[in-house]
Design a protein around this ligand. Structure first.
Ligand code: ZN
Ligand code: ZN
Length: 219
């Protein structure tokens, strides 16, 4: 099989698996308990989400519950309104909500926001395995690419496309929910007074529906 077809197929497959791990697993199942799932499925989704380089399942869930508790108010870990609604403040706010917030020393207390996960030995183990799962997320495409192409060059191109670029793409889509999906697009459901989440259709498909962020605003 030509190397580039393997790269695209692998990138797509890993994007879908890790993307569903974050959106269906981390977000809807584990953070909000929107549905119940069999144990193996919950564990599988938590492992898949951990492979997306977005923090351990415990940190992700705690941070997101805090975001819901303080949406677009002081205390929200990643609101684009942190620096006000003026043009300069808004530009700073977008950068903060997209990536800047991760570089601030503003940790979210897992014990306070996610005691249920702390009490679940499987989730604690998956949380501890986060660095190893990230390593698997990059090693896997390299190994499969090498095996299918039969050359180390095939491994390297798969590593770049289905590893690095796939991870970066999903990260930016997820981060856009925090930044763009509180700024651009309609806000048809007034949920809570401060909540400025929006529905942004162009991101609906790559975000597996998460960019209908206002529709999902009420926990
Ligand atoms: Zn949520
Ligand atoms: Zn939000």
């Amino acid at each position: 099989m030509p190397s580039h077809i393997t790269d695209v197929a692998l990138a797509l497959a890993l994007y879908v698996v890790t993307g569903l791990g974050v959106t269906v697993g981390f977000h809807r199942l584990i953070t909000h308990r929107s549905f119940t799932a069999r144990r193996w499925l919950k564990v599988g989704l938590a492992v898949a989400g951990s492979m997306s380089f977005q923090g351990s399942v415990l940190d992700w869930v705690a941070t997101h519950r805090r975001h819901h508790a303080f949406t677009d108010r002081p205390g929200d870990p990643h609101s684009p309104y942190r620096y006000g609604a003026g043009v300069v403040g808004q530009l700073r706010g977008v950068a903060h909500a997209h990536v800047g917030w991760m570089f601030r020393n503003d940790p979210t207390a897992v014990g306070h926001y996610a005691p249920d996960l702390r009490a679940d030995p499987a989730m604690v183990r998956i949380g501890r395995a986060f660095p190893a799962l990230c390593a698997v997320s990059l090693t896997l495409p390299f190994v499969v690419g090498w095996a299918v192409a039969g050359s180390w060059y095939g491994g390297v191109t798969a590593f770049v496309w289905a590893g690095l670029i796939r991870v970066a793409l999903l990260q930016h889509v997820t981060w856009s929910i925090n930044s763009l999906c509180h700024l651009i697009g309609p806000h048809p459901h007034p949920t809570r007074r401060h909540d400025r989440s929006t529905d942004l259709w162009p991101l609906a498909l790559p975000s597996f529906g998460e960019s209908w962020h206002n529709g999902r605003a009420s926990p």
